[in-house]
Design a protein around this ligand. Sequence first.
Ligand code: ADP
Ligand code: MG
Length: 391
Amino acid sequence: MIRYNPFNPQQPARPDFFVGREPEITEFEKHLSQTIHGSPMNMAITGNKGMGKTSVLMKFEDIGRRNECLTLRLSNYDGNVKNIVDFTDYITANLKREILSRKPVGKKIENMKDWIDTLKPTIGWKDARLTVERQQVVQEMFRERLARLWNETKEEYKAILLLIDEAESLESVEGILTFLREVLQRISTEQKYMVVLAGKLNFPERMSESFSPLNRFFPSSRLAPFNEDEVRSYIIRKLATVDVGIDDDVLQRIAKRCEGHPYVLVAMCYLLFDSLEEKETHLTEGILHRSEEKINARLAQDFFSPMYRPLTPRAKEILLKIASNIKGLEFTFNEAVEWTEKPKNFVSPYFKELLRKGVLNKPERGRYQIFHTLFLEYLKKVAEEGNQKSR
Ligand SMILES: Nc1ncnc2c1ncn2[C@@H]1O[C@H](COP(=O)(O)OP(=O)(O)O)[C@@H](O)[C@H]1O
Ligand SMILES: [Mg+2]
């Protein structure tokens, strides 16, 4: 029988094996309590790929349910939401489904059917650009629907919690987030809705907009890497479920190498565990050593290459130049300009691309950072192979 691997980099964290994120959870609980007491507050979670956004939302979902909220987690819009009308239909349809699936059988179900029939689809309003008047009508209808949905559920629930994952795909449809804000602002007190956006969001990053309405309405937290204690506690808790031990040195080495990046951590642990022979029940330096190559190869294949390949050719070129010249992970814009031997205004748009795609981080103005050391090592390899080919 093949041994069960407790690590799974393809799945978000289960709430019972969740580590860290205390500040985000505290903020969420505060806002939820505000909402339940009739003073709704919303929030946003941002972070690069694999930083744990979906995991945090699942944790919030768990907390929401425990607090008797009707809780709905949405994602995978897959191009289904191309405009505001699609968006309102999508939200309403999913809320309806959730309410129906949670109603005790027989209870008020007839009643439910009646009012659900009154939530008419809004086909015919799908013009890409709605006129201001039409937008107002759509807003009015959406507000009405939300009000009805609340009135039909308020006996059983303390609030309605909407957790919107991969919200960057909604952000890219012009006006949706602003529309959502306007609707929520108008329904506020009597109807207890709370929205959490999660995704690689752009609005919190734009400095000039730090005090924009969206930022005030969806105050955002950027997910940080785990600290060493969090990494340790995660690994130890997981290994305890399968009675496998681990040397302290190995824990330390993993914590260092993964740099607290949640996906990299889980992927490393998965592969390390995978290298255990049938009889082995303890993770040692030796096992770490023998799995190192496999770990690097698989991270490249599953995580780094899918980030690198979709970049535009120029962005790739610039990134490889940086990777070949950099010392450590950090560099300045001016250094990059020097290394690429290109004018500033040539390099600048590609920096935007690299930031948007999560390949670079920007810890402060003018300073940049390759997002992970293992990614830098991957880039160096790519650059080297490129040089060999061109020679
Ligand atoms: N707080 C956490 N506790 C334990 N594991 C986590 C946590 N956050 C993320 N992970 C793990 O990291 C990986 C990536 O997390 P995920 O939530 O899918 O990231 P994102 O949605 O930002 O891409 C998953 O394998 C998940 O299990
Ligand atoms: Mg996710």
